[in-house]
Design a protein around this ligand. Structure first.
Ligand SMILES: Nc1ncnc2c1ncn2[C@@H]1O[C@H](COP(=O)(O)OP(=O)(O)OP(=O)(O)O)[C@@H](O)[C@H]1O
Ligand SMILES: [Mg+2]
Length: 473
């Protein structure tokens, strides 16, 4: 049988087929290898060190192109310079550093960085062929691979070169992913630290706050206790001041009672004598004298009653009251004393005075003390005037105030004493004559009535005290 093709031609075809099968096998192998890069990149988040990436990369690159020696240069982030990261074999560091110095000098290094493809050049001694490939992502150059080719560059398959470029891109991307994962890890760590710090700060602040709250609570309790004690002390003060003033009042009262008693006795004696007579023509006189007796005993009873109310230790009993009634009661108790001291009383009362919310017993003490002080300031007699009036609040027309002015023509308050007169136990009176409690207790009572008391004016011509209360609508 004659054959159409020569033996040589068939041999050539067989050779070609073998070559293509080899290329095919290589391409398949390379494709499988590049597919496995993806797996590698996915697992970068579990790696501790980028040297694992570089070593793994080196092993795969060597499958694509065989190298006698190779080195990875990485970019220093701080100054963008290249430094040798890792090399093979162990004694090749100096060799690569020398070669790179020259490659930088003659511009080959820069060209490799620009071109993103393999660059093949000769070594310094022209004995070897050097293979350079930049390691770069789209955004940043990460390093450079340099290898000493194990076989001449012209024998390296085109497909290997292409795949090498793809592999370098993969390595660069993997390094970048690794770096980003690490950054995220660091940020997470920092965040955890911040959260931990903040939590412990908050726990500390919370503890401090609780401590403060407890301290405040304790301070509040102590304050409440002190307040209760103060209240009790004030009740006691009021009581002792009352007792002190009762002593003073007693003299006046004795005098007050003496006069009606004399009248009672005189009239009783007269009535007795007139009754002893037969056919009594004095029946009208006797009736008049008995009436006189009745009137004077009533007066005595009133005075005594007042004294009893005054000395009774009582809790506050607030109700609507008329200040005029209080003032009149005080005058009633003191009128005789004032008359004996030649002190004239003058009242100028507001016709329709508003009532106030108050405790009449306590307020009586205030006015008794003010009148006693006025009496003591007018040793040579004088005039005690009382003026009362309603007033309205300029800011709120609904609110009325009651103002009471107690004015004497006495010696006045010395300027050096003016700031002290409301202090407990401050007195300028002779020992035994004053306790110095009158005004301090009056001040407390007026405050309890939500009112104000002040020295309105004072001079050598006399003193005026002013008291202001909230009026009831
Ligand atoms: N109308 C006044 N004129 C002049 N001085 C006054 C007048 N009112 C008070 N003072 C002065 O204020 C002082 C204190 O008065 P306060 O009523 O507190 O005590 P006291 O009158 O001295 O004693 P107590 O009231 O206990 O009898 C008096 O000692 C006096 O010096
Ligand atoms: Mg007094």
């Amino acid at each position: 049988m004659t054959t159409k093709y020569s033996k040589k031609y068939i041999e050539h075809l067989e050779e070609r087929l073998k070559y293509l099968e080899g290329v095919n096998r290589f391409t398949q192998q390379a494709l499988e290898m590049s597919a496995s890069w993806g797996d590698f990149q996915v697992s970068v988040n579990t790696l501790d060190d980028q040297s694992i990436i570089i070593n793994e990369a080196r092993a795969r690159l060597k499958l694509l192109i065989p190298f006698k020696e190779n080195a990875f240069f990485l970019v220093n982030e701080e100054d963008s310079s290249f430094y040798i990261y890792n090399y093979e074999p162990d004694d090749s560091k100096k060799y690569f550093l020398n070669e790179v110095d020259i490659l930088i000098e003659d511009g080959t290094f820069a060209r490799a960085m620009r071109e993103h493809r393999p660059i093949i050049t000769y070594s310094i001694d022209y004995k070897e062929q050097l293979f350079l490939h930049v390691m770069t992502t789209k955004s940043r150059v990460r390093g450079m691979f340099i290898g000493v080719l194990a076989k001449p560059g012209k024998d390296v398959q085109e497909a290997s070169l292409r795949l090498f470029t793809i592999a370098m891109l993969h390595i660069a991307n993997t390094l970048e992913s690794f770096e980003l994962y690490n950054k995220i890890k660091q940020i997470n760590k920092d965040l955890e630290k911040i959260v931990e710090d903040r939590t412990s700060e908050l726990t500390y602040t919370n503890k401090q706050l609780n401590k403060e709250i407890n301290e405040r609570r304790k301070a509040d309790e102590a304050l409440n206790k002190a307040f209760e004690e103060l209240k009790a002390a004030q009740v006691q003060l009021v009581q002792s001041a009352k007792l002190a003033s009762i002593g003073q009042l007693a003299a006046g009262v004795a005098h007050e009672l003496n006069q009606p008693l004399m009248i009672i006795r005189g009239n009783t004696q007269l009535a007795k004598r007139k009754f002893q007579k037969k056919d009594n023509p004095f029946i009208a006189d006797i009736t008049a004298q008995l009436e006189m007796i009745e009137k004077n005993t009533t007066r005595m009873m009133l005075i005594i009653n007042h004294l009893r109310t005054f000395s009774r230790q009582s809790q506050s009993n607030f109700k609507p009251i008329d200040v005029h009634t209080i003032i009149d009661n005080c005058f009633f108790m003191m009128s005789e004393q004032l008359r004996l001291r030649s002190i004239e009383i003058q009242k100028k009362y507001e016709a329709k005075i508003s009532k106030i919310h108050g405790d009449s017993n306590q307020l009586e003490q205030v006015f008794l003390n003010l009148f006693t002080n006025a009496r003591d300031a007018m040793q040579a007699g004088g005039k005690l005037s009382i003026l009362t009036k309603n007033d309205t609040d300029p800011n709120s027309c609904d609110q009325t105030f009651i103002e009471i002015f107690i004015k004497d023509t006495g010696e006045g308050i010395n300027t050096s004493c003016i700031n002290k007169i409301f202090d407990p136990f401050f007195t300028t009176k002779d020992p035994g004559k004053g306790t110095g409690l009158g005004l301090s207790i009056s001040y407390g009572i007026i405050k309890e009535h939500l009112g104000e008391i002040e020295v309105f004016e004072t001079s050598s011509y006399g003193t005026t005290f002013k008291i202001k209360f909230l009026g009831l609508a």
